[in-house]
Design a protein around this ligand. Structure first.
Ligand code: ADP
Ligand code: MG
Length: 238
């Protein structure tokens, strides 16, 4: 579960072509990082995969099934937003359970999943607090918990750490990598931060102006950048 294929995916907003055409293969269980400068189309590509935007052309397959026209709920993916997307008036428990409540899951099953996610994220003792009573790192974990309870076939992260301070960002990087090891679920992680890409990824996808410049492991990109742009961006000596 969790293989994702993009076939000639194109996206235009009106006259403006943001993604001229992307082909990409993401394997089950991989940690894939989309990296590139601001405005290159990382978020748009992620939103196309999530179904939050419609493709202008091309196809998206999840686990071999064509989901190009499927609603976000039908795709079985979970998008992790920045921690400030939490509901401040709700407890941690209710924040985490929120998507399940929306899906009308019975309370007993909801609570079971919340407990499971809280255990994974070390939030068990914080379920009755409100987000405002938590540290930045704990709040970010609550945002991740809200994705875990849905048991998605892949997690999609869009710069989840960009509003955290530098020290916390480093901690959260490690936590997300550990979470990936525990869950062994496909993760797509969007960032403009080369260090994040190099330290977290199994596979890096370097984007520039809506096109893929190179796909490879951190080591492959470092050793053999396809062009000057990748070399400059990844910081290799070539
Ligand atoms: P990134 O996440 O890499 O910073 P985005 O995917 O957010 O880049 O944006 C890529 C380009 O698409 C930008 O030029 C942006 O202005 C444009 N864009 C994104 N969303 C919309 C939209 N809803 N309508 C028009 N243009 C958009
Ligand atoms: Mg973005």
């Amino acid at each position: 579960m969790g293989s994702i294929t993009l076939k000639s995916v194109r996206k235009a907003f009106g006259e403006v072509e943001v993604i001229p055409g992307v082909d990409l293969e993401i394997n089950e269980g991989e940690f894939v990082v989309f990296v590139g400068p601001s405005g290159c189309g990382k978020s748009t590509l992620l939103r196309l995969i999530a179904g939050l935007e419609d493709v202008t052309d091309g196809q998206i397959m999840i686990d071999g099934k064509n989901v190009t026209d499927a609603s976000p709920a039908k795709r079985g993916l979970a998008m992790v937003f920045q921690s400030y997307a939490l509901y401040p008036h709700m407890s941690v428990r209710k924040n985490i359970a929120f998507p399940l409540k929306m899906a009308k899951m019975p309370e007993a099953e909801r609570e079971k999943r919340v407990q499971h996610a809280a255990g994974i994220l070390n939030l068990t003792d914080y379920l009755d607090r409100r987000p405002g009573q938590l540290s930045g790192g704990q709040r970010q974990r609550v945002a991740i918990g809200r994705a875990i309870v849905r048991e998605p076939s892949a997690f999609l992260f869009d710069e989840p750490l960009s509003n955290l301070d530098a020290a916390l960002r480093v901690n959260m990087r490690v936590e997300i990598s550990e979470l990936h090891k525990k869950l062994a679920t496909t993760m797509i992680y969007v960032t403009h931060d080369q260090v994040e890409a190099m330290t977290m990824a199994d596979k890096i996808v370097v984007l520039r102006a809506g096109r893929i410049e190179q796909v490879g492991s951190p080591l492959e990109l470092y050793r053999s950048p396809a062009n000057r742009f990748v070399g400059g961006f990844i910081g290799s000596p070539n």
